[in-house]
Design a protein. Structure first.
Length: 78
């Protein structure tokens, strides 16, 4: 088995098992966070992350920023 064939098989294995690998990595990160900063701080971190994700997915940044800038600029400069 040469190096390129091994690389291709590894890439195929990762592609076929990507959901399992992502789940394992998420579990590892959660475990490390719980061990280093504690359960409740980790829980707070994930709750604030989910709230930030939700707000970010609902916020239309370009349109809201444009509307905000147009509101603060005086009429004579528009």
């Amino acid at each position: 088995m040469d190096k390129n064939q091994l690389k291709e098989e590894l890439i195929q294995f990762i592609y076929l098992n990507r959901k399992k690998i992502c789940g394992a990595l998420i579990g590892l990160i959660i475990g490390v966070l719980i061990l280093t900063i504690g359960f409740f701080k980790t829980l707070l971190l994930f709750i604030t992350t989910l709230v930030g994700y939700y707000v970010g997915s609902r916020w239309r940044f370009e349109e809201d920023l444009k509307d905000f800038i147009l509101r603060i600029i005086p009429e004579r400069f528009k």
